[in-house]
Every structure is written in C-alpha cells, then in structure tokens.
Design a protein around this ligand. Structure first.
Ligand code: ARG
Length: 241
C-alpha cells in the first residue's frame, strides 16, 4: 500500500512539473471585432481575415495557442485593460489618444479614412464637402473621431455593414470608413463608390497592456521574423493583391 502511495505521489509530482513547464506556453487570448473585412470577418460562422492569419502566424512564432474573442469594437481596449484578453488585433489604428492607455506593436498596415458614396452622388469630393450632409460613422472608429473633430454631427453605427446599408437605403449621404474595408464594401455592393479625397494615413498595430513589455517585445520580434521570412508578404498578397 505504501509503495502504491509513493508511486502515486511520484506521478503527481511529475504531472505538476509538466503542467508548470507548460505555464510559459499557455494560450494567448486575443480580442477582435469581426466586422471589418478583409481584416476580420465571419465566414460560415468562422472568424477569418488578414489579422486572424497574422495573429495565428505570430502565435506559432511564440509557440503559443491563439484563442480569439469576438466583441464590440469599443469594448476591445477595456477588455485588454481588465485582462479579459492579452492582445487586441482589429485593424486598430495606433492613435496618440489610445497610446495614452495601451502600447502598440510595430505597425503592420497603413490605411486612410475615405468617403463611401452612392454612385450617383457628385457633390461630395472631399472631406470639406461633408458639411450639412448626413454622415455615417462607426462608433469609436477613427472615422468617428475625424468627423467629430471637424465639428460635424454624424449617425453612429455599431458595424460597418450597418452604415453601408443605411447609405444604400438613402438614409445617409456618406459613410466615413477605413480605406481597405471601404474598398471591400464598394467591390461587393454595386451602386457605391469612393470619393476622390482621402484622409491622413493611419497605422494599424496590435495593442498590448502597458505593463506587458516582454509580450510586446516578443510580438514585435515575431512580426520582424514574419516580415523577413516572406510569410507577411504572402498574407498581403492573399488579401490585398
Ligand atoms: N482603424 C479604425 C480604428 O482603429 C477602425 C478599426 C475597426 N476595426 C474593427 N475590427 N472593427 O478606429
């Protein structure tokens, strides 16, 4: 009996040892808002897109399983800060305002705000022409900020497709949205076009909690590796070329 107990004890110690050894490699929780094609969106109920492929490739480099969590865009940074997730990848612009509360990795994509219009609309060419127009923005997106900073009122939507639908139904004159996503919607929805004028460039990056400096460093290293071994280029080609 004593021997059995001893063996049991040994097995238990070994199990604990392995469990602890795995501690370092524990899953990494990543928040996104899967309503932003081609960066993240749902296809047959599955989360897909450039950011999803990128974060999985980063997870592979780090030797950690990636667990995605889909939530509203304006809930992402609060979820990061309250440790519900460890990273946020969501085509998120590394804005000065956000940098006050979180850190961002090296940028991985550059975009601008653009104006989506009905094809028949010829009086809006640039941001200056938006005065007195019915403008749609997505709550908490940089487009929301740009329009607010211009002192213009806007209708706020929770997801880009909802704004695009309102534009198609004639409830809006214009939707201000990130370039790549806007191009995506225009391609898929005949009758829409982009105005000529573009907003300033903004950089997308992955958000990390301020105190997680080691994780920030590791993710940056992984991005550098993916950029130098051609993996990153492959992803760009898959989604944007
Ligand atoms: N780049 C914009 C921002 O940071 C929009 C990002 C929206 N992303 C999303 N997954 N819904 O505000």
């Amino acid at each position: 009996m004593k021997k059995v107990l001893k063996v049991c004890g040994l097995v238990l110690t070994m199990l604990m040892f392995f469990a602890c050894g795995k501690e370092e490699k524990k899953a990494i929780y990543v928040g996104t808002n899967a309503e932003f094609p081609p960066f993240e969106y749902l296809e047959d109920g599955k989360m897909v897109g450039f950011d999803i492929d990128l974060i999985n490739a980063i997870g592979k480099e780090l030797g950690r399983e990636v667990v995605m969590k889909d939530m509203s865009f304006d809930g992402l940074l609060p979820a990061l800060q309250s440790k519900k997730v460890d990273l946020v990848i969501a085509g998120m612009t590394a804005s000065e305002e956000r940098k006050k509360s979180v850190n961002f990795t090296e940028p991985y994509y550059s975009a601008n705000q653009v104006i989506v219009l009905q094809e028949s609309n010829n009086d809006i060419k640039d941001f200056a022409d938006l005065k007195d127009k019915k403008i749609g923005v997505m709550l908490g997106f940089t487009g929301d900020l740009v329009i607010t900073e211009m002192g213009l009122p806007s209708e706020k939507y929770n997801a880009a497709y909802a704004g695009i639908m309102a534009l198609q139904n004639g409830k809006l004159d214009a939707v201000v949205l990130d370039s790549e996503t806007a191009v995506n919607y225009v391609k898929k929805n005949p009758g829409l076009k982009l105005a000529e004028g573009k907003g300033e460039a903004e950089d997308y990056a992955i958000a990390v909690r301020k105190e997680d400096t080691k994780l920030l460093e590791d993710v940056n290293k992984a991005i550098t590796t993916l950029k130098s071994n051609g993996e990153f280029e492959k992803l760009l080609e898959k989604y944007f070329k």
